[in-house]
Ligand binder design. Structure first.
Ligand SMILES: [Zn+2]
Length: 320
């Protein structure tokens, strides 16, 4: 299991996973005031490994866990922090049941034998979703929650809906650190669920305005403010290109094929572009921010883009 404990400021750490595709997320830890972990991992084995790494610096497991949002790769390990206070946005907690570990395990094991899910199933095979009990936040944030961790100030700020309905970032003003969750994907292509492009860009602007020295993205390597700046530029560019194609009557896949990704072609999983084009189309059709995403159609769209670009399938081709 490829995982690294990184010392990023006094008493502040990140547990980083290299971005090898679906679900390779990051976590943070503040070793003060009983300990605050920012996000757990997608399955129990990975979260146990994370706890081993944090265990090098903590005396006992953290008393608090904050979830940046409800996607499983940020919270399905919560239960391993027995007795901890779990903190998240009210809408993050409400969305917890939207994704099911049992269903993921079935797809992984091929119990649901749908050929269109083959790539997805292959990507899931490096995870083990057995034994997961969804453990949602019970301390709920509305706009903001400030914690005093033995003199270290941590601000939990609601910036959603950007990537999901309940996005929270964790800001440490004195250390100039932001744990961005999936509001920031670094050097990998973002996927959004609930929210709008405008809200997502506003959330990235809020991170930039905090003037952090270190930003811990939900996926990808550590960065400074160039991370949110570049991702905002990507979102604005894709939104603009998609809008032109939309008014020209192109389908979502046609629109995505027309986009010249330029510098963004080097980001991991460029084919996720289809998710972003589809999100722009949903907005342009005037659909609500939480309109359902047709994931199967997106999987098909990704495959078509890969074929169009002449590359090999990236989804599921990676090994842990
Ligand atoms: Zn994620």
């Amino acid at each position: 299991m490829d995982m690294e404990l990184k010392d990023i400021a006094d008493d502040v750490y990140a547990c980083l996973q290299p971005d090898k595709g679906l679900g390779w997320s990051n976590s943070g830890f503040i070793n003060r005031g009983g300990g605050l972990v920012v996000d757990t991992f997608w399955d129990l084995p990975r979260t146990r490994r994370m706890m081993e790494l944090y265990g090098r610096v903590w005396k006992r497991p953290a008393a608090r866990v904050a979830n940046t949002h409800h996607n499983g790769d940020h919270c399905w390990g919560n239960q391993l922090f027995e007795g901890a206070e779990i903190i998240g946005h009210r809408l993050c907690a409400a969305a917890f049941g939207k994704e099911s570990p049992e269903l993921m395990q079935q797809i992984r094991d091929g119990v649901i034998a749908d050929p269109s899910l083959a790539d997805f199933a292959a990507a899931l095979r490096q995870y083990d979703f057995s034994g997961i009990r969804l453990t949602p936040p019970t301390t709920l944030i509305e706009e903001r929650l400030d914690l005093d961790l033995d003199g270290l100030r941590a601000e939990l700020i609601y910036v959603g809906p950007a990537h999901t309905i309940g996005d929270v970032i964790v800001h440490l003003p004195e250390q100039r650190v932001v744990f961005a969750g999936d509001v920031l994907f670094r050097l990998c292509t973002p996927i959004g669920w609930e929210g709008t492009f405008a809200n997502w860009c506003a959330a990235l602007d809020r991170i930039i305005a905090l003037d952090p020295q270190v930003v811990v993205p939900g996926h990808g390597p550590l960065c400074g403010v160039e991370g949110p700046r570049e991702m905002k530029a990507y979102l604005e560019y894709v939104r603009g290109e998609a809008e032109r194609s939309f008014h020209g009557g192109a389908t979502e896949v046609e629109a995505a094929k027309r986009i010249d990704l330029g510098p963004y072609a080097g980001w991991n999983e460029p084919e996720r572009l289809i998710f972003n084009v589809a999100r722009a189309y949903r907005e342009l059709r005037g659909e609500p921010i939480d309109a359902p995403v047709d994931v199967l159609a997106m999987v098909g769209g990704m495959r078509e883009l890969q074929r169009h670009w002449g590359g090999e399938s990236r989804v599921g081709s990676r090994e842990s």
